[in-house]
Design a protein around this ligand. Structure first.
Ligand SMILES: O=P(O)(O)OC[C@H]1O[C@H](O)[C@H](O)[C@@H](O)[C@@H]1O
Length: 525
């Protein structure tokens, strides 16, 4: 790598203490000039989006996450007012919780249990890992982000005897996500079993008037915070979804919002060579051929950022993974994202990155400051942090020497400001990339298909139970039961559900194993 290319293509932004080095992406010098009209359109589209255009045409919605950190730019005064008031209300709520003015039945809240999934969980998880100080934070943070009963039990066992000082935060934009509703029902049961009133320990973050909102109102939960339809789930970390748990956790939410606002400012720059989000999107386009041909591997060399890849997975893949472009052509767009943390990953999958199938590009995230205090020397004069940077630089070189491209983002330290900045950088890069490949980056039609199919398997499960109960004592194979209930085309699903019912005997389904799995017999006792 030449020093000259580095000087040319490492974008250094002193006001943010951030640099974006794209010199290790092998684009020809003509590339940026060629892409100028396309990126200019992306920047213009984003300007319209920030101005309140219906940037999500399928859902007929505005896309307003940029207003959250600069309420003054929202397209109408009522929205500006709501954002400002909600932010103040969140800070006031956290203050009262910390002061014990709002408390549980057994005393001041010392834990929060965040119940939510997808965009209603990933941001809070990333931020609590990035900015929390578990030994000294005002509360400990727990999550229900699935509908796995054993997962609920693991968390509840950690909270045993403490539910009277645990605040449940139920987060769902739509208010109807089954995993979240189930988590809430399980939590309600746990509080009840402990002789406590769940409503006195619960807060809702949801769309006004949603199913969850109605539950919160009718049961008299402690507080409700809004989730607006112009904020997408995957861009909601800087809305109440992320700010409520962060503020309760003692994290400086103004710092996060300021970091995002500062990044927004820089990434609006029409001089795209000086605009890190535009440059990032252009690199993705180059590296993937504008068709997702390579995966994005995110390698932060910092424990605190180890959930960033998981967070970005939803932001990038749910935004860009689309079947059709804006003109209705089938394009099957997207960029796959994975990653964990360096140098840990070096001892797991970096072997393949260096030598195997070259279907990826890496993004190294470098954090200059090693830790809060000083470090001891672990070998010669070198500290553990010196090794960490050594591994980053070494791995980057080893990849580049074997024709593997990478991008490097460098920040000074992991602070609320930096985290806000990183979130805002990727939000806008995803938006720009969406325009470059002409897709709607703000809807998620594909997710619905899986949800509908899941609902229909529950209906089938009921039909199976009804069928077995109607013929109590009689044994069936999956095939004979399918025939009996008139669902022959669904025999495979019936087999899968019967196996599950037999493993969870509470509903009275028993299995007697046959010679081959398809001969297994099931009956209801
Ligand atoms: O916040 P909720 O409405 O419960 O949604 C949670 C998640 O559910 C989905 O299936 C969407 O695809 C995600 O974008 C969303 O973040």
């Amino acid at each position: 790598m030449s020093w000259n290319r580095f000087k040319e293509y490492c974008l250094n932004i002193p006001s943010l203490d951030l640099s974006l080095d794209v010199s290790r992406v092998d684009f020809p010098d003509t590339y940026l000039a060629e892409m100028q009209p396309k990126i200019a359109k992306a920047i213009a589209d984003m300007e319209a989006l920030e101005g309140g255009a219906i940037a999500n045409p399928d859902e007929n919605r505005m896309v307003g996450h940029y207003w959250l950190r600069n309420a003054a730019i929202a397209p109408d005064a009522a929205i500006t007012d709501e954002i400002t008031k909600t932010r103040a209300r969140i800070k006031d709520f956290a203050k009262k919780v910390h002061a014990g003015e709002i408390a549980g039945q057994d005393g001041p809240f010392k834990n929060i249990l965040c119940i939510g999934i997808g965009g209603s969980a990933l941001g809070p998880q990333f931020v609590s890992q990035a900015l929390g100080h578990p030994a000294s934070d005002p509360v400990k943070v727990y999550f229900f982000d699935n509908t796995d009963p054993d997962g609920f039990d693991i968390v509840l066992s950690q909270l045993k005897g403490q539910l009277g000082q645990t605040l449940a935060i139920v987060t769902t934009k739509s208010g109807g996500t089954p995993e979240t509703r189930n988590g809430m029902v399980e939590a309600q049961a746990a509080w009840k079993a402990a002789g406590l009133d769940f409503a006195k320990h619960a807060v809702a973050i949801t769309g006004e008037g949603s199913k969850m909102d109605k539950v919160a109102v009718s049961e008299g939960w402690i507080e409700r915070f809004p989730m607006w339809d112009w904020v997408g789930g995957r861009t909601s970390e800087l809305a109440a979804v992320g700010l409520v748990p962060a503020a309760l956790n003692g994290i400086d939410i103004d710092g996060m919002l300021d970091g995002a606002a500062a990044m927004d400012e820089v990434t609006r720059n029409k001089d795209f060579r000086q605009n890190p989000a535009a440059m990032l999107a252009l690199m993705w386009y180059r590296l993937t051929g504008g068709k997702g041909a390579r995966d994005m591997v995110i390698l932060p060399y910092k424990e605190r950022l180890s959930l960033f890849a998981k967070y970005l997975q939803q932001l990038v893949m749910e935004s860009l993974g689309k079947e059709k472009d804006l003109d209705g052509n089938v394009v099957h767009q997207g960029i796959a994202v994975y990653g964990n943390k360096g140098s840990t990953d070096q001892h797991a999958y970096v072997q393949q990155l260096r030598d195997g199938v070259p279907n990826f590009y890496a993004t190294f995230i470098e954090v200059l400051k090693s830790r809060a205090g000083d470090s001891i020397a672990v070998e010669g004069e070198h500290t553990a942090g010196d090794f960490l940077q050594g591994f980053l630089l070494g791995t980057r070189d080893a990849l580049y020497d074997n024709g593997r491209n990478s991008i490097t983002i460098t920040v000074k330290e992991v602070t609320p400001f930096t985290v806000g900045m990183l979130i805002a950088l990727y939000e806008r890069a995803v938006g720009y990339y969406g325009t470059l490949v002409n897709i709607n980056a703000y809807h998620q039609p594909g997710v619905e298909a899986g949800k509908k199919a899941a609902a229909s398997t529950l209906e089938l499960r009921q039909a199976i139970l009804d069928g077995l109960r109607a013929a109590k004592g009689e044994s069936f194979t999956a095939e004979s039961l399918a025939k009996k209930i008139g669902r022959e085309p669904q025999t495979e699903l019936i087999y899968k559900i019967l196996e599950n019912l037999a493993a969870n005997p509470a509903k009275g389904v028993q299995k007697s194993a046959g010679q081959a799995f398809c001969d297994n017999q099931y009956s209801c006792v």
